[in-house]
Ligand binder design. Structure first.
Ligand SMILES: CC(=O)SCCNC(=O)CCNC(=O)[C@H](O)C(C)(C)COP(=O)(O)OP(=O)(O)OC[C@H]1O[C@@H](n2cnc3c(N)ncnc32)[C@H](O)[C@@H]1OP(=O)(O)O
Ligand SMILES: CC(C)C(=O)C(=O)O
Length: 578
């Protein structure tokens, strides 16, 4: 048995942090943190095929466009590609973007790293050293004292090569230290190392030192990470000279929650990657974090107005697809297939549009209150057409939405019900989603909608050729019409108190059937000069036949005649009339 019946013989529960006076649970997040994208470093180092220089360039350009002001661009001592790309970033970055690079605590690698930043306007040198017992013992074989001394020695070296070197004075130098594996490090020891590093760097309130406290491996529930951050934040000295940065990984699938709770616990900055790329299960997803803020009404200071173009770059450069269910950006995230979701969304949009119209006179704010959609898809460049897609799990609301969005036809409820049966049948036969085009074709063919008057439907028995209307007496209309039945021209005539009833009576008399109009709806569609009328009619007859018809024409009366013709064709197809 690969899985143990008692996993406690192999795995231990992560110990809680003793923090009886913890404050973070009653705090809220009210502003965006400082963001650092490490897509080009932590993201890149985890890829089977690391990015080429060209790929890194296009990714970097996109990150700048999104609004990142701190970008970790490389591990310059790792490869010539990374070194060269750092040079490119240094030479092309806007003045307000800080170029960050990473180095281990090794003298020769630090020298090479600083060399890659020469001439930068703003730069951050980031060094790391694992501080957990496990890493010190297993990976480095260093005592606590030796590890601390190494961190201090390397900090001093960075200082000497950067802010203390007069030839480097053209650059604004920041320094970041990561006690790697912080999430598994004794907190008092993490603070001890950071205090020593701080003393070596000598930060100021204006030029803070960045302590990046990584959940190198996510090892516990997110509240524990928040406790660790609050403990660090409240026990470290000169807090005002420190920027506390988060670097959560997603091993337990909770990195977003961990980053949010840890901001409540006092963190100022978050490092992560777009769509959560990165080692193993990835770094925290910055798209989710930013849009989580946005949907709480907080400006994230990152712009995902055109999320499609971000996804294109991420997929092209990482060579890993963004999951269809990725929060906010995934292709299926703003799509509803199931009937009750579609119904609620359709009603939600109708209510929202009504509120927007009312707000034009009242000036009231209209907040986004949309069933099932926490974010307005339009805000990230997604169209409303894509929201509702139809398959065999869908109901009347879904098809009605597609018809409304694509054909501008606002189907009455009874017709929605009738058409949804047709859709259901087709979806079950196909066994797959129906595209919007297929759905519109199905509707047009089901109701014989002839927009231009020249459509040929393969089983069309009845056709309106021409007609004239007269008024033989006050309040009485007469119609003389020519229709085609099975390709033969037939003259019919009838009278009624209106044009529709006159035509209806003419058809009923000629065909010898009852055609009682049960429901009639009409609306206009299109813009002024091209405006048309759409009419929807349901008829019932004494032998319980009920059927909807749809007509679209510039002239509203003719549209209603076409609705009746549509009904006759439907009845003929189902064998109820000849
Ligand atoms: C959590 C993170 O993401 S950290 C960033 C990790 N990123 C990368 O490793 C990508 C780039 N890395 C590389 O190109 C290479 O690993 C290099 C150039 C840094 C080093 O290469 P090599 O000298 O061949 O070392 P190698 O990769 O085999 O092993 C790592 C060595 O560095 C040591 N090391 C690991 N982390 C650190 C650190 N933070 N500071 C100092 N030494 C470290 C290890 O103990 C090991 O030392 P040893 O050879 O004495 O046992
Ligand atoms: C270098 C550090 C910050 C890191 O990548 C990690 O701990 O995951």
């Amino acid at each position: 048995m690969p899985m143990l019946s008692d996993p406690s013989v192999k795995y231990r529960q992560f110990p809680p942090v003793h923090l009886p006076n913890r404050q973070w649970p009653s705090r809220t997040i009210n502003k965006a943190p400082r963001w650092l994208s490490t897509d080009l470093r932590d993201g890149n180092q985890s890829l089977p095929d690391p990015m080429s220089i060209d790929e890194k360039r296009s990714y970097f350009t996109k990150l700048v466009e999104i609004g990142f002001k701190e970008i970790e661009v490389a591990f310059p001592s790792a490869s010539q590609t990374d070194f060269d790309f750092t040079r490119f970033a240094v030479e092309t970055a806007p003045a307000d973007v800080s170029i960050q690079v990473l180095s281990p605590c090794r003298e020769e690698l630090i020298k090479r790293t600083v060399e890659s930043l020469k001439g930068a306007k703003k730069a951050t040198v980031h060094i790391y050293l694992a501080t957990s017992d496990c890493f010190r013992n297993v990976v480095f074989g260093l005592t606590k004292e030796e590890s601390k001394n190494l961190a201090v020695k390397c900090t001093k070296l960075v200082r000497q090569l950067t802010k203390d070197d007069p030839s480097q004075s053209g650059t604004i130098w920041d320094f970041e230290f990561s006690p790697e594996t912080f999430s598994d490090t004794n907190l008092d020891y993490a603070i001890e190392v950071c205090e020593a590093v701080k003393a070596a760097w000598e930060p100021s309130v204006e030029q803070k030192i960045i302590f990046n406290l990584p959940a190198t491996v996510e090892m516990a529930t997110p509240n524990i990470y928040a406790d660790q951050i609050e403990y660090f934040s409240t026990n470290v000295t000169e807090r005002e000279k420190i920027c506390i940065s988060l670097h959560p990984h997603n091993d337990r699938g909770c990195s977003v929650a961990a980053a949010e709770l840890a901001q409540m616990a006092g963190a100022d900055r978050v490092e992560g990657c777009l769509f959560g790329n990165g080692e193993r299960t990835g770094n925290v997803d910055l798209v989710t974090l930013a849009l989580n803020l946005y949907t709480q009404g907080i400006t994230p200071k990152l712009d995902f107005s055109d999320i499609g173009s971000v996804i294109d770059i991420v997929e092209k450069c990482n060579k890993i697809p963004v999951h269809a269910r990725a929060p906010y950006g995934g292709s299926l995230v703003v799509c509803a297939f199931s009937g009750s979701h579609q119904d609620a969304i359709k009603k939600g949009f109708a209510s929202h549009e009504k509120k927007l119209i009312e707000a034009q006179s009242t000036g009231k704010r209209v907040h986004w209150e949309m069933p099932y959609l926490p974010l307005d898809p339009a805000d990230i460049g997604r169209t409303y057409e894509a929201i509702i897609r139809v398959n065999s799990q869908s109901g009347k609301g879904g098809s009605a939405w597609v018809i409304l969005r694509n054909l501008e036809l606002d189907l009455p409820r009874g017709l929605q019900v009738a058409f949804s049966k047709v859709v259901q049948e087709r979806a079950e036969v196909k066994g797959q989603e129906l595209t919007n085009e297929e759905l519109c074709d199905l509707f047009i063919n089901e109701y014989y909608i002839d927009y231009q008057g020249d459509e040929v439907f393969k089983d069309q028995q009845y056709k309106l050729v021409d007609y004239s209307i007269s008024t033989p007496a006050k309040g009485l209309k007469q119609i003389d019409a020519e229709i085609e039945i099975g390709g033969k021209s037939v003259k019919i005539e009838g009278r009624g108190n209106g044009q529709l009833s006159a035509f209806n009576n003419a058809l009923a008399k000629y065909l010898n059937i009852d055609l009682n109009v049960k429901h009639y709806h009409e609306h206009s569609l299109g813009e002024e000069s091209n405006a048309k009328a759409a009419t929807y009619i349901e008829i019932s007859s004494s032998n319980k036949i009920s059927r909807w018809g749809v007509g679209v024409h510039e002239d509203v009366s003719q549209a209603s005649f076409l609705s009746l013709i549509s009904i006759l064709n439907g009845l003929h197809r189902s064998g109820e009339i000849n």
